[in-house]
Design a binder for this molecule. Structure first.
Ligand code: OGA
Ligand code: MN
Length: 295
């Protein structure tokens, strides 16, 4: 089947023509979706009534290995009972809206900082796929920033300065910037990971700024100097011209490339309205080599 892509922002993001992803198994259509991800970095699919196992299976068909390595089980353990299925909701274990002082809620508020999923792990996250089940009657949007366009827009001299730099990413760092407190045991379990500051995305060969709230320091630089550069780059990459705002409808599936974008949740009255989404993320490990046929 041939999919068409309607661009939703001058730099990136496309809405894909109607398709039931539960039924997409053929390599050709999956290949079109991957090519769409290479080009647009964020794809919006409407009306995808996934059951949880169908969402997990689709993610594996599209991009291979699922991210299951949990950070802190007490904080990420969820109602859904599958460690590859992220509970992106404001509900507690019994399905009630979390109170404002709930520790899991406070941890989850970190999603309101510009970030890229699982950059504090190695391998980090590649594609995240977020499926909307319940959306509030008020705006509770997600914003995405194109970190490839942001890289392209840097002056050449700045690009040269960034060449070869490496960054330590830590979720303990990003949560602590909001005043969230970890126990010593939790901190010990969250050592973080090191990744290049500028990434080259295979296939598209585009370069992107791999920065995020989790980016804690630049390796071999004085910490304050590195943090200032990281802040500047995040500020640069999240200027309005690089940002798309997604307003959720029930049944939406949005897929984003964590190597090429940052995202953040926007605030809403989350102790009043239910919001329930499910996320599956794949691991950024080598993709299977394309099949080469000899002529
Ligand atoms: C996520 C995330 C933002 C939102 O699912 O990874 O950051 O708006 N979500 O819920
Ligand atoms: Mn996220």
């Amino acid at each position: 089947m041939t999919l068409t892509f309607r661009k939703l922002h001058p730099c990136f993001v496309a809405e894909v023509s109607p398709v039931d992803l539960r039924r997409v198994h053929d390599p050709e259509t999956l290949g079109q979706i991957r090519a769409g991800m290479d080009e647009y970095a964020v794809l919006v699919f409407r009306d995808q009534p996934f059951a949880d196992d169908e969402q997990l299976a689709f993610a594996q068909r599209l991009d291979g290995v699922l991210h299951t390595k949990l950070g802190i089980s007490a904080l990420q353990k969820n109602r859904l009972g599958n460690e590859a299925l992220g509970d992106i909701s404001n509900l507690d274990e019994s399905g009630e809206i979390m109170r404002s002082d709930n520790r899991r809620r406070m941890y989850g508020l970190g999603n309101r900082l510009w970030h890229t999923d699982a950059s504090f792990q190695d391998p980090p996250g590649r594609y995240s796929m977020l499926s909307a089940k319940v959306v509030p009657p008020v705006d509770a949007d997600t914003e995405f920033a194109d970190t490839r366009a942001a890289y392209d827009a840097l002056p050449e001299e700045e690009k040269r300065r960034l060449e070869g730099l490496r960054v330590h990413h830590s979720i303990a760092y990003s949560r602590q910037t909001l005043g969230f407190e970890f126990s010593q045991g939790e901190q010990d379990a969250l050592q973080g990971a090191i990744h290049p500051l500028v990434r080259t995305i295979p296939r598209s060969h585009r370069r992107s700024l791999y920065v995020a709230s989790h980016a804690s320091r630049i390796i071999d630089w004085p910490v304050p100097e590195g943090r200032l550069l990281l802040r500047d780059l995040i500020e640069h990459a999240t200027q309005a011209e690089f940002v798309y705002r997604h307003s959720w409808r029930v049944g939406d599936l949005v897929i984003w490339d964590n190597r090429a974008t940052m995202h953040r949740a926007r605030p809403f009255d989350d102790t009043k309205y239910r919001r329930e989404l499910r996320r599956v993320t794949t691991l950024d490990i080598e993709q299977p080599a394309p099949v080469v046929t000899r002529s």
